[in-house]
Design a binder for this molecule. Structure first.
Ligand SMILES: [Zn+2]
Length: 361
C-alpha cells in the first residue's frame, strides 16, 4: 500500500478502533426519509459513502463547499433499524457511512469522489487501519444510474492513479439508510477537545484542508448555513405526533404544562446547553440557570434573544408571557418579571420541552 497521499491516512484511522467503539447505546435511531421535495426544490443530490469510522468521514465532508449537510448512519445491512451496538459486531452487514446532501452546481459527484479516494484507504478489504470488520468497508452507495457510472469510472481512473494496490471499494445501489444515534452526529465538531481529536485528527484535517483548500467552505458559506439553521420549521400535527412522545406533544404543541418537580431538568446541575426538544434549536445555557424552588427549570435569560418568542397570556387569572421556540413554534413555558439579576426575568420552562446536551470536558 504505497501511495502518494499517505500523509492523510497516518493516524486517520489507527485510533478509531478504541475511540469509535468505546460507546454503545440502545437508543433507537430514526430512518432518514429522503426529503425529495427539498432536494428537488434546491436541486440537491445525495452521496452515501463508507470509508471507515464515520466520525472522520463526516468531519472531512462537512468542510467542503457545496455540501449542505452530512449525516452519519448505517446502510447496506440485513436488519431494520440497527443500532451502533449491533453494527459494531460486524454481523449485521451494515457499513458506517456518511450521507451527504450536496449541490451539484457547486461541487460535482466526481469531485466528492476525489476527496473520498484521497482521505481513506480503498485498498484494504473490510478494514481501515486498526478498524477491522465489514462495518468499516470502503463503499459507494449510489442513488442513481448516473452516480453508478461516475463511481465506476472514478474507481478505475482517479483511485487507481492515487493508489498502487487494487481498489476493493464496493459500489452498490443505496438501500435503507438509518441515521446513527445523536451522539455520533457532528462528532468531531462537538468533541474538539477530546484527546484523539486534538492530537490525531486535527493535524490530519489540516493536511486535508491544505490539499483541498480551493474546495473548502468560506466564512460566508458558514454564515449562510447558520442562517438556514435558524429558519422556521413548519410541520403538520400528524408529523409532530409521529416525532414527539405524548407528553412532549401535549406541552410543545398543545401549550400544556408538566407537573412541578416531575421533569428531568428542574434539579439538573450539569453544565451544558438546553435545546428545543422539537427542533434542537439551542435555547438556554446552564450558565443562566438558577434555583427557583418552583420545580421547573428556570433561567434568567435565553442563550440568544432571537431564539425564543414570548406573548402575553392571561389564562388562570394571571398575566404572564408564554414562551415559544422561535424556530418550530413549540411551547416552552412562561416568562415572569420576578427573576434574579442581571435581567430580573424568570424563564420558567418545562423539562419536557428541552433536550439537554452536556458540555464535554
Ligand atoms: Zn423548536
Amino acid at each position: 500500500m504505497t501511495i502518494r497521499y499517505v500523509f492523510l491516512l497516518l493516524g486517520f484511522s489507527s485510533i478509531f478502533f478504541s475511540s469509535c467503539a468505546q460507546k454503545s447505546t440502545s437508543s433507537i435511531p430514526s430512518t432518514i426519509k429522503k426529503d425529495k421535495e427539498m432536494i428537488q426544490k434546491e436541486g440537491l443530490e445525495t452521496a452515501t459513502l463508507g470509508a471507515g469510522c464515520f466520525w472522520c468521514v463526516e468531519a472531512v465532508f462537512q468542510e467542503l463547499k457545496g455540501v449542505h449537510s452530512v449525516v452519519s448512519g448505517y446502510t447496506g445491512g440485513d436488519i431494520d433499524f440497527p443500532n451502533y451496538k449491533q453494527i459494531t459486531t460486524g454481523l449485521t452487514g451494515h457499513a458506517e457511512v456518511a450521507q451527504l446532501k450536496f449541490d451539484p452546481k457547486i461541487i460535482s459527484f466526481e469531485e466528492i469522489l476525489e476527496v473520498f479516494w484521497s482521505t481513506h484507504d480503498p485498498t484494504t478489504l473490510n478494514r481501515q487501519g486498526y478498524d477491522v470488520g465489514t462495518q468499516y468497508r470502503s463503499a459507494i452507495f449510489y442513488e442513481t444510474e448516473k452516480q453508478k457510472v461516475i463511481a465506476e469510472k472514478s474507481k478505475k481512473e482517479v483511485a487507481t492513479e492515487l493508489w498502487n494496490d487494487p481498489i476493493v471499494t464496493e459500489i452498490t445501489a443505496l438501500g435503507d439508510f438509518y441515521k446513527a444515534e445523536d451522539y455520533h452526529q457532528n462528532y468531531y465538531t462537538n468533541n474538539p477537545n477530546q484527546g484523539y481529536c486534538r492530537a490525531v485528527i486535527n493535524p490530519k484535517m489540516e493536511k486535508f484542508r491544505k490539499r483541498f483548500k480551493d474546495k473548502l467552505k468560506t466564512e460566508e458559506d458558514y454564515n449562510i448555513e447558520e442562517q438556514k439553521k435558524n429558519e422556521k420549521i413548519y410541520k403538520t400535527d400528524a408529523e409532530w405526533k409521529a416525532q414527539l412522545d405524548e407528553m412532549q406533544y401535549y406541552v410543545l404543541r398543545e401549550q400544556g404544562t408538566e407537573r412541578a418537580f416531575t421533569g428531568k431538568y428542574w434539579d439538573n446541575k450539569k453544565e451544558g446547553t438546553y435545546n428545543c426538544a422539537g427542533c434542537k434549536l439551542p435555547l438556554f445555557s446552564s450558565k443562566t440557570k438558577f434555583k427557583s424552588g418552583t420545580g421547573w427549570p428556570s433561567f434568567y435569560e435565553p442563550l440568544e434573544a432571537k431564539n425564543v418568542e414570548s406573548e402575553k397570556d392571561t389564562s388562570y387569572g394571571m398575566v404572564r408571557s408564554e414562551v415559544h421556540c422561535a424556530r418550530c413554534g413549540g411551547h416552552l413555558g412562561h416568562v415572569f418579571d420576578d427573576g434574579p439579576k442581571p435581567t430580573g426575568l424568570r424563564y420558567c420552562i418545562n423539562s419536557v420541552s428541552l433536550d439537554f446536551e452536556e458540555e464535554k470536558p
